[in-house]
Design a protein around this ligand. Structure first.
Ligand SMILES: Cc1cc2nc3c(=O)[nH]c(=O)nc-3n(C[C@H](O)[C@H](O)[C@H](O)COP(=O)(O)OP(=O)(O)OC[C@H]3O[C@@H](n4cnc5c(N)ncnc54)[C@H](O)[C@@H]3O)c2cc1C
Length: 553
């Protein structure tokens, strides 16, 4: 037993709880005896119970080719679980009793109740769960094998999808593994089928969509779609995740819908240096990954790879239509669907997306262009950040802007770094005109706006960072937009706007409220928003204060 033991400071991954800590867990669950060989958790099981070992021993195992590989053995005072405990997904491992003894068992709801009430235990468990998941990811110890190639667009997309969902996978690179290529050839798997995913040991998916992967891995299985929610949040970028954290932590029944990857645009940022509290910067993946875990810790449910396609805006219940045909109702709605990078008007741009053309510059993209020349198109802050970040590993970075310089569009600190960087070449009054290649981008052509001269360069990586357009098409005229398509809110809505929209109440819209009562817009999708993470997070949290007021009216 863990008499007088102290949770080890050096071992946060598999800590041993103190007697006092165990005593606080006990009332939340059931104490019971376990026999040697008893199976407590099976691979693929959902929901996964949580166990604290009081005596005896429990092994956590991974089935590999008919045998079992030991991941860890938990003894008295230690506990089971990792990230999946919070999001209600399937277990990646098996847990079996290897020496008889006693355990405390909690189901997922009981565990969530415990970590919401007990700050100290919440910290110990959250840290252990997250570190264990990182260990699984680092070791590629998941239930997914991905066979891909840097020459095909789907590979980057799927790696990003699995990574941002915190799902471990083993990657086989066809460009470096001739035997894997031979094997695929034998089974007549063509290049159009790559990447191939072996999902949960059996399903073989050929170049699957993100939705197919989410379905296969059961990412959304734990979410009940039938009951009316207090609030649905559309979009899991910083604004939506902030609304989810504040809403769920304040007791609201929150559902988040994310069409693609949790994290939004911020998730694709290599390093955010201006977010309060992170003086040395933080990667967008880290920042939004933590927010995603935090929202789930407070009980917010998140549907991933499930976009809102339509809205029925009959007040007081709003119905959101999903891309799989389902409908979910809520008494309030927070629109946090953000914005997307504008695609350049080049005929074949989509042919190279993920295979030489990128809209983000994260660690994943930077690994693809080590030592090579890259072109960045755009003169805003995200382009500047991408240039500085990529210059750490790329051979040379060309920034292409149509204007005469960067002063009007980029922060001074970035302009200085670009000017001082020996590997970065700024090309003003220059326009990208052609992309060429077969399966992967091989070369680009740009035009010098001063002379009209065309130049061709063997550049295999082009980063498009040319401004954003709001994701509002799915709203289908439900709320009032400004002339650029962003959502108007609060004091920006004129009397005329409200009259045209049929605003039904005597009070004017609250701050961040759209032309529909109880429907709020936050972050980049909102007109007048400052396009920054801090602004998105601030607005997401403020909106929840007004959601409470609406729900009480
Ligand atoms: C490369 C890059 C670097 C950046 N660097 C910085 C920086 O250093 N500092 C800073 O402050 N800001 C930075 N920004 C800006 C910052 O990331 C954005 O301001 C912020 O992400 C906006 O958050 P949001 O939640 O409003 O929208 P988004 O981040 O755009 O998130 C919106 C989410 O909604 C989802 N969505 C869209 N439509 C639907 C639908 N119909 N149904 C369901 N989901 C939907 C999207 O998939 C997305 O995940 C950067 C942006 C980029 C692209």
């Amino acid at each position: 037993m863990a008499e007088n033991a102290v949770a080890s400071a050096t071992d946060h991954v598999f800590p041993t709880l103190t007697t006092a800590q165990i005593a606080r867990i006990a009332p939340h669950g059931r104490r019971r005896a376990v026999a040697k060989g008893e199976l407590l958790v099976e691979v693929g099981q959902r929901p996964i119970p949580f166990f604290v070992v009081l005596s005896g021993e429990m092994q956590v195992l991974r089935p590999v080719a008919g045998t079992e590989e030991l991941i860890v053995a938990h003894r008295a005072g230690q506990f089971t679980g990792e990230g999946t405990m919070l999001n209600g997904r399937r277990s990646l491992a098996r847990a079996r009793v290897s020496a008889p003894g006693e355990v405390i068992e909690l189901d997922r709801e009981e565990l969530l109740g415990l970590i919401q009430k007990d700050t100290e235990l919440s910290e110990i468990l959250m840290r252990a769960f997250l570190l264990r998941r990182i260990k699984l990811i680092a070791g590629g110890l998941g239930d997914v094998v991905m066979i891909g190639s840097t020459h095909c667009a789907g590979t980057l997309r799927i790696r990003e999808f699995l990574t941002r969902n915190g799902h471990p996978f083993h990657y086989v690179d066809l460009d470096h593994d001739a035997e894997a290529q031979e094997l695929l050839d034998r089974f007549h798997v063509t290049s159009a089928d790559v990447p191939v995913l072996i999902c949960r040991g059996d399903a073989l998916l050929r170049n699957p969509t993100n939705q197919q992967i989410a379905d296969c891995l059961g990412f959304n299985d734990a979410v009940d779609r039938a009951h009316v929610r207090d609030v649905i949040i559309v979009g899991a970028g910083p604004a939506g995740l902030a609304a989810a954290v504040y809403g769920a932590s304040e007791g609201l029944d929150v559902l988040v819908l994310e069409a693609n990857l949790p994290g939004g645009q911020a998730g694709s940022s290599s390093r955010i240096e201006n977010y309060l509290g992170f003086p040395t910067g933080i990667s967008g993946l880290d920042l939004t990954g933590r927010a995603y875990a935090q929202a789930q810790k407070f009980g917010a449910q998140v549907l991933v790879a499930k976009g809102a396609t339509k809205l029925t805006c009959a007040h007081p219940l709003y119905t959101v239509h999903l891309d799989d045909g389902a409908r979910i109702e809520a008494r309030a709605l927070v629109i946090a669907s953000g914005a997307e990078y504008r695609k350049p008007a080049l005929a074949n741009v989509s042919q190279f997306e993920g295979a030489g053309v990128y809209y983000a510059a994260s660690r994943m993209e930077s690994q693809l262009c080590v030592g090579e020349e890259v072109a960045i198109i755009g003169g805003g802050n995200s382009a500047g950040q991408a240039a500085v970040f990529l210059a750490e590993t790329a051979g040379r970075v060309h920034i292409l802007v149509r204007k005469d310089g960067l002063a009007e569009t980029m922060s001074r600190y970035l302009v200085r770094r670009i000017e001082d960087h020996p590997k970065i070449v700024l090309r003003t009054r220059t326009e990208l005109v052609t992309l060429e290649g077969d399966r992967h981008l091989d070369r680009v052509q740009w035009r010098d706006g001063r002379t009209g001269a065309l130049e061709t360069h063997d550049i295999r990586h082009a980063f498009m960072m040319t401004g954003a357009i709001p994701n509002t098409a799915w709203l289908d005229g439900c709320v009032t937009l400004d002339s650029r398509g962003f959502i108007k809110t609060g004091p920006d809505l004129s009397q005329e706007d409200l009259r045209m929209a049929g605003w039904p109440l005597a009070r004017p819209p609250y701050l961040l409220e759209t032309s529909r009562p109880g429907m709020f817009a936050v972050g980049d999708v909102r007109g007048g928003n400052i396009k920054r993470c801090a602004a998105a997070v601030g607005e997401g949290s403020i909106a929840i204060a007004f959601v409470h007021q609406v729900l009480h009216q």
